[in-house]
Design a protein around this ligand. Structure first.
Ligand code: ADP
Ligand code: MG
Length: 256
């Protein structure tokens, strides 16, 4: 699998540094099974600010709250307390139905297992979010095709996920997450199942998306090399941010 785009410099254009915050998290707490004996205090007063167009990695030991944090940012689950603003919108002020629409329009998810519909072709998988939004079928199909072509998948439009390689499936998943042009893309180990060459291709793709569309990427990873493809690394311990390691990092070949 080949990604033709040049590796984009990690060095940000300084003129873009004074952007507004896309995500502000303040004193965020998440308790599972609150008030019960088995209560788990997964996020313990987490603070984090992410600027528009940042590409950041989250690292930390298993159980430190990385997935919980992504679920909070994606509003897939309710926080216990604390503040989350996305693009200036305090999300606590939104009703459930407003939140559903806000999430659909602003946040994209790239899951490790791709979550593609197995009986839908690549193009059908990608157009689904548009159809759910009420976009006309012909228009949705054209947009899905355009995006897949842009991702080098023009000759695989009508293949089923089972007929695609892992890297190709991941591109379909990326296309599906991108089709609504969400301001924030969230990935939990998005390259977890891929070999190192394919991981490198997918990271180059993320870098390109980030650079061209100024979309913000938040990627959880255990892989140091993957993390170093981002602008900076947020380290988590015990439900909090313990440190932030600022890039740019040294460019190295992916480990074999
Ligand atoms: P990470 O992704 O960093 O490995 P998680 O966010 O998945 O960590 O989990 C943080 C803590 O919250 C862990 O102690 C985990 O057992 C607990 N936890 C996660 N999800 C749930 C859940 N749905 N119900 C109860 N506890 C949970
Ligand atoms: Mg996790």
């Amino acid at each position: 699998m080949i990604v033709n785009e040049e590796i984009v410099s990690v060095n940000k254009n300084q003129g873009e540094k004074n952007q507004k915050s896309i995500l502000v998290i303040a004193d965020l707490h998440k308790r599972y099974d609150e008030g019960k004996p088995k209560e788990v205090h997964a996020l313990r007063g987490l603070d984090l600010t992410v600027q528009k167009g940042d590409m950041m990695a989250i690292m930390g030991p298993s159980g430190c709250g990385k997935t919980t944090l992504l679920n909070m940012i994606g509003h897939l689950d309710k926080r216990s307390s604390g503040k989350i603003s996305i693009d200036g919108m305090d999300t606590a002020t939104l009703s459930d139905s407003q939140m559903t629409a806000f999430r659909r329009d602003n946040i994209g998810f790239i899951f490790q297992l791709f979550n593609l519909f197995p009986f839908l072709s690549a193009v059908e998988n990608v157009e689904t979010p548009l159809l759910l939004r009420g976009v006309k079928a012909g228009v949705a199909r054209e947009q899905a095709k355009m995006l897949l072509r842009e991702l080098g998948m023009g000759d695989r439009l009508y293949h089923l996920p089972s007929e695609l390689s892992g890297g190709q499936q991941q591109r379909v998943a990326v296309a599906r997450a991108l089709i609504n042009q969400p301001a924030i893309l969230l990935g939990d180990e998005p390259t977890g199942d891929l070999d190192s060459t394919t991981s490198a291709d997918v990271m180059a793709l993320f870098r390109r998306i980030n650079k061209i569309n100024k979309q913000t990427l938040v990627l959880v990873t255990h892989n140091r090399w993957i993390a170093e493809q981002c602008d900076y690394i947020v380290h988590m311990t015990d439900g909090r941010v313990s440190s932030i390691e600022q890039g740019p990092f040294k460019k190295e070949e992916p480990p074999k």
